[in-house]
Design a protein around this ligand. Structure first.
Ligand code: UGA
Length: 439
């Protein structure tokens, strides 16, 4: 393509760092991925990927074999001679909702102590407005080595991370350095996407505003769904009709039991905090979070309606533990709280997820043994008074309803993601509740 290979160091091999590093290598650059955790590095060196992400392992192994991708736990060495250093470490929420910047600051210090030449230092982690400038100061205090700063927010989704990275809608470059802008334009040149070049603070804000807006779309359609249920309308048709308007757009209008994951819950809280720090109350976003929090309880409310308010002694199958399909990530998954509520009401829970079961068990596995972990959707449904679908894995929607009917005790199906085709339910004796569709 005529683009010269760059030397790139990516600090942090979480979702964002690992996917970015692998994809930069795929674009022909020479990439070193650094992580503090030597076990993780050893895993990666062995050609294994510590997360479930379609397509990532093949790409990682291929580029490692081509000599374009390496993994190390030695940050200092990896930074020497780099044209571009990308910080992609975690910014987990602190108890109040604020982003914890400790890992960013630590990485910045180590980078400062080792860098040479005139690298571009980009932050890909999601960080509050002003952080890039703070990190720049922090590095400047420790070294005389010149460098250029860039805010380089990331928009990939789990489950489609590789294709999102290779086919982005836009690349946002927040910088005051024409040299850094040129380098990042060159890095992404092969992707044929739009560039939005802005000042650093606006780039930081774009990330939060984008996630907050997507979360708003979800809470909006969930409230429309709640109203549809009462007025006898069908939210899937409403969303389709709305989405045809280009100004609205069809995506992120799927009603369900609310958003989870490592991003929307964290970033919406963080943006409320960011606004709060400048004495601005982000009322709309507060409501978005509140609506999302409440939406998952519709599952419990529907069960209570069906069983006359009393759930104690019932057996409920939970289908899906991941926060969305095609990932093993269970962070902020609605399943967590729903299972907690069921157990608190004396329900025996039988749970199944195609991929996320081990993760879920190790993070939230109830110690009291009241959750029965099952090997298949039908096994979970066996002897149950109700099946609750919480994640729309495609295998759930494809369930043979006659076989399901044969194993359950009561034919009750609570579809939290509108995964079943309603027509398929007709002619069965299932009591079927979905979200925002006439039942
Ligand atoms: C999200 C954004 O989509 C990415 O652009 C962003 O880069 C990422 O956060 C991040 O900040 O790192 P992700 O959390 O991986 O990506 O997953 P999404 O596919 O966006 O789904 C988030 C949640 O919203 C899921 O729980 C999903 O079930 C829910 N959702 C999504 C709905 O309930 N309805 C919809 O229409 C869409």
């Amino acid at each position: 393509s005529g683009v010269e290979a760059m030397k790139i160091t990516v600090v942090g091999t979480g979702y964002v760092g690992l996917v970015s590093g692998v994809c930069y290598a795929e674009l022909g650059h020479s990439v070193i991925c650094v992580d503090k955790d030597p076990l993780k590095v050893a895993t990666l060196q062995n050609g294994e990927i510590p997360i479930y992400e379609p397509g990532l392992q093949e790409l990682s192994v291929r580029n490692a074999e081509l000599g374009r991708l390496r993994f190390t736990s030695s940050l200092g060495d990896s930074v020497k001679g780099a044209d571009l250093i990308v910080i992609a470490v975690g910014t987990p929420p602190l108890p109040g909702g604020q982003a914890n910047l400790a890992y960013i600051e630590l990485a910045a210090q180590e980078i400062a102590d080792a860098m040479e030449g005139r690298p571009v230092v980009a932050i890909k982690s999601t960080v509050p407005v002003g952080t890039n400038e703070k990190v720049r100061e922090l590095i400047r205090e420790r070294t005389d080595c010149p460098f250029d700063s860039v805010s380089l927010p990331e928009f990939l989704r789990e489950g489609s991370a590789v294709s999102d990275t290779m086919h982005p809608d836009r690349i946002v470059i927040g910088t005051d350095s024409p040299r850094a802008e040129a380098l990042l334009r060159e890095l992404h040149a092969g992707l044929g996407c739009a560039f939005v070049v802005t000042d650093i603070r606006s780039a930081e804000m774009i990330k939060y505003a984008s996630n907050a807006f997507l979360a708003t779309k979800i809470s909006f359609i969930n409230e429309i769904a709640n109203i549809c249920e009462k007025v006898g309308a069908d939210v899937t048709r409403v969303a389709e009709g709305m989405g045809r308007d280009k100004r609205i757009g069809a995506s992120f209008l799927k009603a369900g039991i609310g958003y989870g994951g490592s991003c929307f819950p964290k970033d919406t809280q963080a943006l409320i905090q960011i606004a709060g720090h400048v004495d601005y109350e982000f009322k709309l976003l507060r409501s978005v979070v509140e609506v999302n929090q409440d939406q998952r309880f519709n599952v419990i409310r529907k069960l209570e309606t069906i069983f006359g308010g009393e759930l104690s002694g019932r057996t409920v199958a939970v289908w899906g533990l991941a926060f969305k399909p095609d990932t093993d990530d269970v962070r902020e998954a609605p399943a967590q709280e729903i299972i907690g509520e069921l157990l608190a009401r004396g329900v025996e829970v039988r749970a199944y997820d195609p991929i996320a079961m081990d993760n879920f068990r190790s993070q939230f596995g109830s110690g009291d043994g009241s959750v029965v972990w099952c090997g298949s959707a039908l096994e979970a449904a066996a002897g149950s008074d109700a099946v609750c679908l919480l994640t729309e894995w495609s295998e759930f929607g494809e369930t043979d309803l006659q076989r399901l009917r044969a194993v359950v005790r009561e034919p009750v199906l609570i579809d939290g993601r509108n995964a079943f085709d309603e027509a398929a339910l007709q002619g069965t004796d299932f009591i079927y509740y979905s979200v925002g569709r006439p039942s």
